[in-house]
Design a protein around this ligand. Structure first.
Ligand SMILES: *Cc1c(COP(=O)(O)O)cnc(C)c1O
Length: 421
């Protein structure tokens, strides 16, 4: 059952309440390994479900366009101070609605339409908002892309430098959605400096690892940093844009009034709670455990013959090319879901198949770490994945229910935040 209880909702709208209860139980019973997902605490859920959703507060603390900001100003200021302290940045904007608008705000802050931006290609692990042709960032700007090497699955920083010198981008973005290896922020900063580009680090996936000390920080290297708050950082759906002091005003003006209207104050409050939780000593343990689990899972998958992009992982994320398993990423992901293991199909670098039917799967260990699983469980997780994929290849659909039952039996021993018996 959902925790906090949905007592009012159950009376007012039983149909919707039942659907939310169904989703709660689904999240409880499945091994959730979508690399961008997590479980927020019940405290974060409470903060996001408050009367703060009633309030309009266009502007920034102390400079609003509406009255009645006695508490909202304090809430936003507290959130900003927590973000600055936790990440060690000069400036933080906590109003960005989500990762994509946060990124667009940074384009607006520093670029004009047609300007060149250099980013990791989507096919090699970048994000749609890093200049994909289907995104506004690809339609209105001029993206040039770096990627990984075929043999190593890693970025060659010498090639990034060569491309930057040839293309002279106005902005360089590092970070992405399917990068299993450590990002070399100092090397990116050196290249950006050499070509006079703004360096933006998009740390959406790894923000929780960074503040937990399990991945190097871009602070001091990147001019601006964007992050979602709902991935490894374990907050509500939302985002932040952080910057060096000299860019504080241009970033704030781009977010509001450049791109957005009123901030979502209930989300800001949820972010404040998540930042407070991330400042506790136990969050360091969580971040270290996420990486330990990911490495243990990668090693176990390799033993089962899985072909991992770059051969392994440094962070929470694993990318596997399933070509040698004789199955595409999409049918594999569907089979795994039926077997109680939730992840997504994903392209791999140099993929010969199409984006909607690619060769690989992407998975991560943040949510299962929040649930309490450790390295000792990872060989079992890898074995279930292998069994489900083998079952899909042999069209042995009966195996899915057996595996899903075993998954649920394991997870029954690990309480889920947001769920109560
Ligand atoms: C998730 C993600 C985003 C976008 O976040 P949304 O909240 O889905 O808009 C942007 N950049 C990167 C690198 C991401 O992983």
């Amino acid at each position: 059952m959902h925790d906090p209880k949905l007592s009012h909702l159950t009376t007012a709208d039983p149909a919707l309440a039942a659907l939310i209860e169904g989703e709660t139980q689904r999240q409880h019973d499945k091994l959730r390994m979508i690399a961008s997902e997590n479980y927020v605490s019940a405290a974060v859920l409470e903060a996001t479900g408050t009367v703060l959703t009633n309030k309009y507060s266009e502007g920034y603390p102390g400079k609003r366009y509406y009255e009645g900001q006695q508490f909202v100003d304090q809430i936003e200021t507290l959130t900003i101070e927590r973000a600055k302290a936790l990440f060690g940045t000069d400036h933080a904007n906590v109003q960005t609605y989500s990762g994509s608008p946060a990124n667009l705000a940074i384009y607006l802050a520093f670029l004009s339409p047609g300007d060149t931006v250099m980013t990791m290609s989507l096919a090699h692990g970048g994000h749609l908002t890093h200049g994909s042709p289907v995104s506004i960032t690809g339609k209105w700007f001029n993206p040039v892309h770096y990627g990984v090497e075929r043999e190593t699955g890693r970025v060659d920083m010498n090639k990034v430098r060569e491309l930057a010198l040839a293309e002279r981008p106005k902005m360089i973005i590092c970070g992405g959605t399917a990068i299993p290896r450590t990002i070399d922020f100092p090397a990116f900063a050196e290249i950006a400096q050499e070509v006079g580009a703004i360096l933006m680090a998009d740390i959406a996936h790894i923000a929780g690892l960074i503040v937990g000390g399990a991945h190097p920080s871009p602070v001091g290297f990147a001019d601006v940093i964007t992050t979602t708050t709902h991935k490894t950082l374990r907050g509500p759906r939302g985002a932040m844009a952080m910057a060096k002091a000299e860019y504080a005003t241009v970033v704030d003006k781009a977010v509001f009034p450049g791109l957005q209207g009123g901030p979502h104050n209930h989300t800001t409050a949820g972010i404040a709670v998540a930042l407070h939780e991330a400042a506790q000593p136990s969050f360091k343990d969580y971040a270290a455990q996420v990486v330990a689990n990911s490495k243990a899972l990668a090693a176990a998958l390799v033993e089962h013959g899985f072909d991992l992009v770059s051969g392994g992982t440094d962070n929470h994320l694993i990318l596997s090319d399933l070509t040698n398993k004789g199955i595409g990423g999409k049918p594999a992901a569907k089979a795994l879901d039926a077997a109680g293991i939730e992840l997504n199909f994903n392209g791999v670098p140099f993929d010969t198949r199409r984006p909607f039917d690619p060769s690989g799967i992407r998975l991560g260990t943040a949510a299962l770490t929040t649930r309490g699983l450790t390295e000792q469980h990872m060989p079992q997780v890898a074995a279930w994945m292998d069994q489900a994929i083998e079952a899909a290849v042999k069209e042995d659909e009966a195996a899915y229910a057996r595996i899903a039952g075993e998954v649920k039996d394991l997870l029954d021993g690990f309480p889920m935040p947001g769920h109560a018996l």
